[in-house]
Design a protein. Sequence first.
Length: 602
Amino acid sequence: MRASDALVESLLKTSGGFSAEQLKKMREQAAAEKKLLQDVAIQSNKITEAELTRLYAHEIDVPYADITPGNISKDILKLIPERVARQYGAVAFEVDTDGVVFVALEDPDDIQALNFLQKQLGKPMRIHIAPTSIINATLDQYSGNNVSTELAKVIPIEDKEPADENVDEQDVTEDSPIAQTVNLIIDYGIKNRASDVHIEPRENAVIVRYRVDGVLHEANKLPRKLLGALVSRIKILSNLKIDEHRAPQDGRFKISINDHMYALRVSTLPIVDGEKVVMRILDESSKAATFEELGYWGESLTRVEQAITQPHGMILVTGPTGSGKSTSLFSALSKLNGPTVNISTVEDPVEYRIIGVNQTQVNPLAGMTFVNGLRALLRQDPNIIMVGEIRDGETADLGVQAALTGHLVFSTLHTNNAATCLPRLLDMGVEPFLIASTIRIIIGQRLVRRLCPECRDEYVPDDDIVERIRKTFGLKDDADFGRLNDLEKQALAAGIGAKEGDKAAITDLSTNGKTITRLWKAHEGGCSACGGSGYRGRMGVYEVLVNNLAVQKLIMSNATSEDLEKQAVSDGMVTMQVDGLVKALRGQTTVEEIMRVTSTEG
């Protein structure tokens, strides 16, 4: 997209997401940093590149190309030679039944490019516009996406020379083969939507593994002799001590790929065979997802939105490590962020950067613990406080006191579900009457793999499968199936399963009030869109427990978590298991996936 700053400002006004004051600040920032206004707007995380490009497409009356780079046929892609495609920022992505070639450009007003492409194709073409990042990602498809093939061009993979722990300075310079190897490893991870990259030493090799949609996949084996140089290069990027091999270290660095800024959180750990490195990939260019995009719907969504608009109180998010708690808090804080509120956080680590929010990193060596950080925040005149995690009674007590004194406090706890969160606070020594009077809601959550909408398979469950689901999810009689049917109707009305696109939208029900008539499963072998796994991305399953009068009475009487959950369900809480089952009925995931991640819930 190449538009004037004046037009971009007009589009931002049209979007309705920017005030006059915000637009003024962005104009000043663009002038000071000598950047385009569109780049500054995208960096603000209040609008995505795709959303801005859609607005521009509507303005110039050119269709927007909603393409997935991995889905484009190689034969269609190569209708435009790679050299020409890169020169003009143009890719062919579809051919219709009349032989018309659909071409996506980042600048559809480039007359020279249009004329040249028409001559090159020798066929009628229909011009579309796509975000620059999508164009660049599609251009990468020309060379394929095989890390082993790319690494083989840089290093001799089958080299059997013995390991050399001494690292020469020239081995880790910017243009060295080791630097290129590290870049390729990171680039491959980003292109394949990996959340983590593991570089693991073994006795005779170095294993590279990627965590995609919560599951680790081995991608490559490197010669053992490269370990020292690989780890040293990553340490240099992360500003860590390269001569320290006996103690764990943590660092961070940033990298830009296809105009997207990624932060990599690095952790090194000495193990028997050497130093292991794990890099967490965080997309800093991404806009905070809305609650709907995260998977909230119905009564749960209403309860969360009501709770975060309260002037004071405590909102807790609970679940195991890696269940998406930070992402939920990021969305909540981004929604509340504005010029009229002071938001302060103390986190370990700071995973998401939010412009306009005062974020503090825990540093125990410097005395900056959650407790000390929270005490300091309370002297900073905050409206909203976020404590990364409540780990002990002192932190819990301070958080409760902050909620009592007029602050809205967000935090997380590691418990199995929402109901067990309340007894956990009691175990930490927080008085029951303080818990009852300060907590607004507790969100329990898990992450499940999302079925690939391009290739998922529909099937009719047999009697044995329905019986197993009935027992697992507590569906005892026709009344329970009737309630499940009502929930599915609500989910359909909220767009669950019906916003995947025209080809994949599910507009009918999978229950009839008496039984389950349809389910989905991953397609064996997957497709190009999901990399052969049958799944693409993850989504949350949630339960939202409201601390109403009935629950408060149970807290005051030291009730068990089972009693608290039973009361919450009678008050209308949809448990994580049931939320997941409804999403499985809507074709979002599988019943097996829900059972896998919520098995501790009974």
